[in-house]
Design a protein around this ligand. Structure first.
Ligand code: PMP
Length: 434
């Protein structure tokens, strides 16, 4: 008898799931959130697939952290070999961290001379924000409307996407992400530039001063906006003219995700003063970094020390170095570009048949599709959620993003190929035609 038709088995699975949920709630408390109406229990990952306890594969079109694939054998071998050889911290001389810093800084371009290692993106942004405040002597920050930059006290204060649980501090100003429907890209850049000047003036008027503008170059939590590509260059120039810094948060857009360039800020032809990164950097091993120009960090470095017990440990560096090697050896930047185009073109075909999809955006393997009510044309978060849950039930994992959570978020590992893209598109079409 087919699995889905076996009522006994289904019943047993449901009661196991309920018991596991109750145990989790009792142990982990109320701050965690699970994905999907019927949560997914996973026991194994391999490449672009996650497996449940029954061995059912789920195509992962959501997770960007395992950028070179779940359980990548090269990364796993490098990490376990290093763990069995040496794992200390940054207070001893060691070559691996220097080799990796050299490769990383070379990829970032000439202005960024130093790399400081952390465990997470939040820590990388927290350090960047502290350095910006120290460097400028000011406390004011500007972010996009629904930005997310981390979970430390300082970075939560740069993260409107946390919602009402963490209100904006008085020294924060928000500007729009490039989501307004201006007809011409140049007009959109100028409109946001004007808002940015206004935000800086407001910080100055209120006595905070302007320390830095921090942005994710794919505006992922805002709803995924890959255009206009000159926007961050223009805003970085304004930031500098007003005596502040531009921090490029590459936690989402770095390491080849956009398909066109290794770093998201490069797509905007922008020159950041500080670049932060994390998530995919160690393919799941926690490692992040703050890369910074020599001038910007000089005074901070003289007066403060930075030590992060685990950030930059030999095992973390082994994970990061091997991840970088695999991205380069397997041509994953090019792959992201090609497969991303296939997905976008397939989505456009589907959109032509389904009025629920109103707009498709993105770059490389970071793609958003807006879901609307086909009658009213209003954003439809409930519809987006329904699609995500139906796709999960059919064995493909995606999620939603944006302030209203009405944009489908498609962000698979960088090794996603044409066959996977086909499966993703077929499942989406099925979810739209229940
Ligand atoms: N910046 C951005 C743009 C992010 O998306 C995230 C994580 N979602 C962070 C920073 C924080 O990274 P972490 O969760 O590793 O602290």
């Amino acid at each position: 008898m087919a699995r889905a038709e076996d009522p006994d088995r289904e019943g047993k699975q449901q009661s196991l799931l309920r018991a596991q949920l109750a145990r989790r709630e009792a142990l982990l408390g109320p701050t965690y959130r699970l994905f999907y109406e019927e949560p997914l229990h996973v026991v194994r990952g391999d490449g672009v697939f996650l497996y449940d306890p029954e061995g059912r594969p789920y195509l992962d079109a959501y997770n960007n952290v395992p950028c070179v694939g779940h359980s990548n054998p090269r990364v796993a071998a490098a990490v376990s070999e290093q763990m069995a050889t040496l794992n200390t911290h940054t207070r001893y001389l060691e070559d691996g961290i220097l080799d990796y810093a050299e490769a990383l800084l070379e990829s970032l371009g000439s202005g960024l001379r130093h790399a400081v290692f952390t465990c997470t993106g939040s820590e990388a942004n927290d350090l960047a924000a502290r350095i910006a405040m120290h460097n400028t002597g000011r406390r004011g920050f500007v972010v996009t409307r629904w930005a997310y930059h981390g979970n430390s006290y300082l970075t939560a204060g740069l993260s409107p996407a946390l919602g009402n649980g963490f209100p904006d501090p008085p020294s924060l100003r928000r500007i729009p992400a490039p989501d307004t429907g201006a007809d011409e890209e140049d007009d959109l850049v100028e409109a946001i530039a004007d808002e940015f000047e206004g935000a800086i003036e407001s910080l100055e008027r209120d006595g905070h001063g302007f320390a830095a503008f921090i942005a994710d170059s794919l505006f992922a939590s805002d709803g995924i906006y890959a255009r206009p590509q000159g926007l961050l260059k223009r805003l970085a120039e304004i930031a500098r003219r007003r005596g502040g810094l531009f921090i490029a948060d590459e936690v989402q857009s770095g390491f080849g995700r956009s398909g066109e360039r290794f770093w998201g800020f490069e797509r905007h032809h922008a020159e950041p003063d500080i670049v932060t990164m994390g998530k995919p950097m160690g393919n799941g091993y926690p490692i992040g970094a703050t890369a910074i120009s020599a001038e910007v960090i000089a005074a901070f470095g003289e007066q403060s020390r930075y030590f992060n017990t685990f950030g930059g440990s030999p095992v973390g560096i082994a994970a990061a170095q091997t991840t970088l090697d695999v991205i380069n050896d397997e041509g994953l930047l090019e792959n992201a570009e090609q497969v991303g185009k296939l997905i976008k073109s397939g989505l456009n075909d589907i959109a032509a048949r389904h009025a629920e999809i109103s707009e498709i955006r993105g770059a490389g393997l970071y793609i958003g599709a807006d879901i609307q009510d086909p009658v009213s044309g209003n954003p439809d978060p409930a519809g987006a959620k329904r699609i995500v849950n139906r796709m999960k039930a059919a064995g493909t994992l995606i999620s939603t993003t944006g302030e209203r959570a009405s944009t489908l978020k498609i962000r698979p590992p960088l090794i996603f190929n044409a066959v996977h893209a086909e499966q993703l598109l077929e499942t989406l079409e099925t979810a739209l035609n229940p």
